[in-house]
Ligand binder design. Sequence first.
Ligand SMILES: [Zn+2]
Ligand SMILES: [Zn+2]
Length: 183
Amino acid sequence: MFIKTKDLELRNLEFDETFKPGEIELGEDLQLTQPLAAKGRAELIRENRGAREVVEDIRLVGDFAAEVKSKCARCLEPVESSVAESFDLIYRPQGIDAVAAEASINRAETEIGYYQNGGVLLEDVLKEQVLLALPVKLICSAQCKGLCPQCGTNLNGGSCNCVSGISDPRWLALEDLRKKLEQ
Ligand SMILES: [Zn+2]
Ligand SMILES: [Zn+2]
């Protein structure tokens, strides 16, 4: 859904949309498992800069909910996660802040992005919001033991025969003892 400033000049736009998994691509290792639902409104904000210049910003206010699937960052097993967030975003014309230093909108209150070609694609905005809402690394559980760095065994399913944790001081102490016994 492309939101154009030309349309917003006439009236604010309300949206209540769902996007199928194929309509929003999140990346190689991250997919939507359910349609993403988003609703909110788009409006035009006219920033007066100086005596004559008026900058048209697009403000997007709304919320979304998504179900995503990824791989556990530790054990690589599939992991599903739900995200639901609200957003309040301002998009300025690309390049405008390079020429105009002053800004009449408080940056602390809203997040600022930039638009090109006369508008913003809602799908792109939502993709960014989903990625921002997720932790950098998804894990299947806080207790996930991950994979053995040597043989790749999933340690959640059982241990392997590698000499694990050689840097662990307890193991080093045992290793010392074993060497002494061998002498
Ligand atoms: Zn895991
Ligand atoms: Zn191992």
